[in-house]
Design a protein around this ligand. Structure first.
Ligand code: URA
Length: 429
C-alpha cells in the first residue's frame, strides 16, 4: 500500500509549530497502529506535541482518530440515559465505589469502565478485587445486561477500546511524554467516549497527590477535556478538587472498600460524603434528574442496596470479611498544635511501599495493605495521639513506608490553619 503522507513531514510540521490537518491526524494514528509509523517516530511526534502544543481542533481530531482505532460501545438502547465519572486519580480516591450505586439508585445507568493502579494512585479494580470473589472482566454483553438489570457496572475496559491509546500511552510512559495536556486529555477522553456514555463528569484533582500540581494546569486540562467531550456529543462537565491532603481516612484496597461501605451506610468521612454527593448531583443533572435530595439515598439504605446488587452481580461475596493485614504499626503526633500540612503524595507512596500498589504493570497487589489516619488539615492535635496506622502483610515493608512519611505531617503551634476547600472550581457550567 502506498502511504499518502510522510511521517517525517508530519513530525516536522509539529516541530516547526504548524498544525496537522484532520486527514493527516487520522492517517498517523492509523499508521501507528498498523506499525507503519515506528515507535521512535511516534516518540518524536509526542515530544513535539509536548513542547509545542496542539490547537483545540487538532486535539478533537486526535481524540476521534484514537476512538476510531477500536470499537465504540453503544448504550443508546438504554433508558434512562448513561452517565459516568472519571477522576484523574489521587490518594484515597475511592469515590467511584459509593458514587456508582448512589447515582444508579436514582434511576440513571452508570457504565464505569475502570483501570488498575500504577505508582502511588490506586486503581478502582484493585480496590474491588479485595472483595472475595469479585470479577473485573465482563464481556460487552454481560455489561449491557448488568446495566439493564442493576443500573450500574464497574468493570475492566476491554482491549477493544481505543487500542491506539494503549500503544501510545505505553510509549509516552517510557519517553517522558506523559505530561502533555493535549495527549493526556485525548487519552482519557478517547476511552470515555468509546465507552459509549451519554454524559460525563470529570473530577480533576489538584495538588501534591495528583497528576496536576497547580490549579492553572488542572484548569487547562479540565477545559480541554470538557471541549473534547462536548464536541463528541457527550455532555461533559468538570470539577477541580483538592488533592493537597489525601481524601477520606484510608489509602489501600480493602481499607478503601471498608470506608466506601461506611459511606453507603450513611456514615464515613465528611469529605468523601461531600464529594460523592456533589459528583452525584452533577451526574444526575446531566441526565435530567434534578430536584432531589441526593444525600437521602446514602442515609435511607437505597444506595447500599444498589451496591449489594452491583457487587453480587459480579460474584462478589459481601458476607465474607474483607482481608485484614497481618501487621500494623502506629505513628504518633510528635507535638501538640494544629495540623498545618498533611501531604497526600507521601501517604500514597507509603501505601504503595506497604504493598497496596504496584511498580510494574505485571506486579500483584496486597488487598489488605495501606495507610489509615485520623487527621486532616486545620485539626487540633495533642502530642502522643495516634495519627497514622500502617497496614501490611510483610513486616519488612514498614521501614521504607515510615521513611516516606517522615515529613508528611507538620504540626504548627502558631496561628490557626484554615480548612482548605474541597471543590476548587467548576468547568462547563
Ligand atoms: N490517564 C490516562 O488514561 N491517560 C493519560 O495520558 C494520563 C492519565
Amino acid at each position: 500500500m502506498i502511504e499518502p503522507f510522510s511521517t517525517i513531514d508530519l513530525i516536522s510540521t509539529k516541530r516547526d509549530f504548524g498544525e496537522l490537518s484532520k486527514v493527516e491526524i487520522d492517517w498517523i494514528i492509523d499508521a501507528y497502529v498498523r506499525g507503519v509509523v515506528a515507535d521512535e517516530q511516534m516518540s518524536a511526534m509526542a515530544m513535539a506535541i509536548l513542547l509545542n502544543g496542539m490547537s483545540m481542533r487538532e486535539i478533537v481530531d486526535w481524540t476521534q482518530a484514537m476512538i476510531n482505532s477500536g470499537e465504540r460501545l453503544d448504550f443508546s438502547s438504554l433508558s434512562p440515559a448513561t452517565v459516568d465519572k472519571h477522576s484523574t486519580g489521587g490518594v484515597g480516591d475511592m469515590i467511584t465505589l459509593p458514587l456508582a450505586p448512589l447515582v444508579a439508585s436514582f434511576g440513571a445507568a452508570v457504565p464505569q469502565l475502570s483501570g488498575r493502579g500504577l505508582g502511588h494512585t490506586g486503581g478502582t479494580l484493585d480496590k474491588l478485587e479485595a472483595i472475595p470473589g469479585w470479577q473485573a472482566n465482563l464481556t460487552n454483553e454481560q455489561m449491557l445486561n448488568q446495566l439493564h438489570q442493576v443500573g450500574a457496572v464497574i468493570c475492566a475496559a476491554g482491549a477493544g477500546l481505543a487500542p491506539a491509546d494503549k500503544k501510545l500511552y505505553a510509549l509516552r510512559d517510557v519517553t517522558g511524554t506523559v505530561p502533555a495536556i493535549p495527549l493526556i486529555a485525548s487519552s482519557i477522553m478517547s476511552k470515555k467516549i468509546a465507552e459509549g456514555t451519554s454524559a460525563l463528569v470529570l473530577d480533576v484533582k489538584v495538588g501534591s497527590g495528583a497528576f496536576m500540581k497547580t490549579i492553572e494546569q488542572a484548569r487547562t486540562l479540565a477545559k480541554t477535556m470538557v471541549e473534547i467531550g462536548n464536541a463528541a456529543g457527550v455532555k461533559t462537565k468538570a470539577l477541580l478538587t483538592n488533592m493537597e491532603q489525601p481524601l477520606g481516612k484510608a489509602a489501600g484496597n480493602a481499607l478503601e472498600v471498608r470506608q466506601a461501605i461506611e459511606v453507603l451506610n450513611g456514615a464515613g468521612p465528611q469529605d468523601v460524603i461531600d464529594l460523592t454527593v456533589e459528583l452525584a448531583t452533577q451526574m444526575l443533572a446531566l441526565v435530567g434528574i434534578t430536584g432531589i435530595d441526593v444525600k437521602e439515598n446514602l442515609e435511607n439504605g437505597k444506595a447500599l442496596a444498589k451496591w449489594q446488587q452491583l457487587i453480587s452481580a459480579q460474584n462478589g461475596d459481601l458476607s465474607k470479611p474483607l482481608p485484614a493485614a497481618k501487621f500494623t504499626h502506629e505513628i504518633y503526633a510528635a507535638d501538640s498544635g494544629t495540623i498545618a500540612k498533611f501531604d497526600a503524595l507521601s501517604v500514597g507512596i507509603a501505601a504503595w511501599r506497604l504493598g497496596a500498589g504496584r511498580s510494574r504493570k505485571e506486579d500483584s497487589v496486597q488487598a489488605a495493605a495501606g495507610v489509615t489516619w485520623t487527621i486532616e488539615l486545620g485539626q487540633k492535635i495533642t502530642k502522643g495521639e495516634p495519627i497514622l496506622t500502617l497496614h501490611t502483610d510483610e513486616e519488612s515493608r514498614f521501614d521504607s513506608a515510615i521513611a516516606a512519611l517522615e515529613s508528611s505531617v507538620v504540626i504548627s503551634q502558631g496561628e490557626s490553619v484554615a480548612k482548605p476547600n474541597l471543590i476548587l472550581d467548576r468547568i462547563g457550567e
